[in-house]
Design a protein around this ligand. Structure first.
Ligand SMILES: [Zn+2]
Length: 144
C-alpha cells in the first residue's frame, strides 16, 4: 500500500524565522491530514470483496466521518459498498475505525489531551495542544 501526498509551500520572503516555522508546521499538519485521508482510501482498496460472503462488490456512494487527530480535524471519506451476491451493505473502514469506539478522538490525541488536561486548565490545555500539534479539541472534550 503506497500513497503519495505532495507538499509545496508559498512562504513570504519577508517572514521572520518564527513565522516560517509556524507556516511550515501548519503545512505539515495539512499534509498529515491529507495523508490520513488517502491512507484510509488506499486501505479500503485492499478489501475489494464482500466481508460476509466474499462476493464481488459495487460502490454505493460515500459517507463522511470527522475524526480529531494529533494533527487536526480530518474529514475521512468512507466508501460504502453493496455486495452483488448477498446484497450486504457495508463500509470497509468501519473495521479500521472500530478502535475509536464511536468516538471522534484518536487514541494519540486522547493521550495528549489527558496529559495536557492534567497539567493546565482545560481551555489552556486545548489552546496548547492546538499550538503545539495542530490538534483541534475543545476544552469540554479534554475535560471528558
Ligand atoms: Zn456478500
Amino acid at each position: 500500500m503506497q500513497i503519495q501526498v505532495s507538499l509545496s509551500l508559498e512562504i513570504n520572503a519577508n517572514a521572520t524565522f518564527s513565522e516560517m516555522e509556524a507556516q511550515i508546521q501548519e503545512a505539515g499538519h495539512r499534509w498529515m491530514r491529507e495523508a490520513l485521508i488517502k491512507t484510509v482510501r488506499a486501505w479500503e482498496g485492499t478489501r475489494p470483496f464482500c466481508r460476509r460472503c466474499g462476493g464481488a462488490i459495487r460502490t454505493e456512494g460515500t459517507t463522511r466521518r470527522t475524526i480529531l487527530t494529533l494533527f487536526g480535524q480530518v474529514q475521512v471519506v468512507r466508501r460504502r459498498f453493496r455486495c452483488q451476491s448477498c446484497h450486504h451493505r457495508f463500509c470497509p473502514s468501519a473495521d479500521l475505525l472500530q478502535e475509536l469506539h464511536f468516538s471522534r478522538v484518536t487514541e494519540g490525541l486522547r493521550e495528549a489531551a489527558i496529559l495536557a488536561g492534567a497539567s493546565w486548565p482545560y481551555r489552556h490545555a486545548a489552546a496548547t495542544l492546538k499550538r503545539l500539534s495542530g490538534a483541534e479539541i475543545s476544552a469540554e472534550e479534554i475535560r471528558s
